[in-house]
Design a protein around this ligand. Structure first.
Ligand SMILES: Nc1ncnc2c1ncn2[C@@H]1O[C@H](COP(=O)(O)OP(=O)(O)OP(=O)(O)O)[C@@H](O)[C@H]1O
Ligand code: SF4
Length: 307
């Protein structure tokens, strides 16, 4: 069975579209890989698979092997730098052309979700992150049912619920939390994304919308608040163009100076350019924020597998 060699399975959910669920999935994956874990990302957002674009692997095509579909390798593990491997499976890889729309009825979507959970050959993984469609549709119910049937309780770490300051004011995110309670999926915590804006000129963070609602809501539901993530235009630059994020001199996040590139000059004095997204991501202001959240996700997952 394709899930049997996976240690921890984490769902990424959101009540509304466009709140940054795929960005959060991408950053959690990069952050876990930087911490040395082997990571798989399964994109079951069938109506708008954006994960291949975020990892810069839109033109990749998956192949079939006796053990199932082979996921696309973003990078292998590297003992010199201590990064863990990162592999991705998305419906986007199976579409004939980039950007093709998936116009399927519920039963076909449900069947695809089941197939994705049973027919992908992940081999050994520390973490499998599942990026889901927004809302609480048929795909979510089928995903939850299939996971509860196919995964062992010690594997199913739970769900990270993503919201924005504006979405907190709507009922959608509460519906998502209620969905978890009803289906028996544990909530690892809530992330408030797009909470403030990092100015590209001075790196000052300004709260454009009211922030803090995510924490209040998490407290209401008695679940953990994993933290706030500001909008950083440099993250978009990294995702859209592959360019390493750069900040004004002296910019600090969580006590870490991020204006100095993480890549040290090599012996010749030239700055070593690395092609790996995971290395460029270390220079993004959001990376230290996700490092802390990732530590919380790891400890929640380890606690579940022990209990
Ligand atoms: N903290 C952030 N800083 C900068 N850009 C961000 C941030 N979070 C998300 N974005 C950008 O906002 C856009 C929407 O984000 P994303 O695709 O992750 O949302 P989603 O909730 O997965 O959407 P969908 O409903 O399509 O699944 C993307 O272009 C993404 O790069
Ligand atoms: S301090 Fe930063 S955010 Fe404010 S106006 Fe100046 S450049 Fe813009």
């Amino acid at each position: 069975m394709s899930l049997s060699k996976i240690k921890h399975i984490v769902l990424v959910l959101s009540g509304k579209g466009g709140v940054g669920k795929s960005s959060v999935t991408t950053q959690l994956a990069l952050s876990l890989s930087l911490a040395g874990h082997s990571v798989g990302v399964l994109d079951v957002d069938l109506t708008g698979p954006s994960i291949p674009r975020m990892f810069g692997i839109e033109d990749a095509k998956v192949t079939q092997a006796p053990g199932g579909w082979l996921p696309i390798t973003v990078h292998d593990a590297d003992s010199a730098t201590g990064i863990g491997s990162l592999r991705v499976m998305s419906l986007g890889f199976l579409l004939p052309r980039r950007g093709d729309a998936v116009v399927w009825r519920g039963p076909k979507k449900t069947a695809m979700v089941r197939q994705f959970l049973s027919d992908v050959f992940w081999d050994e993984l520390d973490f499998l992150l599942i990026d889901t469609p927004p809302g609480t549709s048929d795909e979510h119910i089928s995903l939850a049912e299939t996971l509860l049937q196919k995964a062992r309780p010690d594997q199913l770490a739970g769900a990270v619920v993503v919201t924005t300051p504006q979405a907190v004011a709507t009922a959608d995110v509460r519906k998502e939390l209620n969905f978890c309670t009803k289906t028996g999926i544990k909530v690892i915590g809530v992330i408030e994304n797009m909470s403030g804006f990092i100015c590209p000129n001075c790196s000052e963070c300004t709260n454009i919308f009211m922030s803090g609602g995510g924490e209040v809501m998490a407290n209401d539901f008695g679940v953990c608040f994993l933290g706030r993530v500001p909008i950083d235009p440099q993250f978009l630059v990294l995702i859209e163009t592959g360019k390493t994020p750069r900040y004004p001199e002296g910019t600090e996040v969580n006590g870490q100076d991020i204006s100095t590139p993480a890549q040290e000059p090599d012996a010749d004095g030239a700055v070593k350019e690395t092609v790996l997204l995971v290395h460029k991501y270390q220079d993004c202001s959001l990376a230290p924020i996700f490092k802390t959240m990732t530590a919380d996700v790891i400890s929640a997952a380890q606690q579940t597998s022990r209990s």
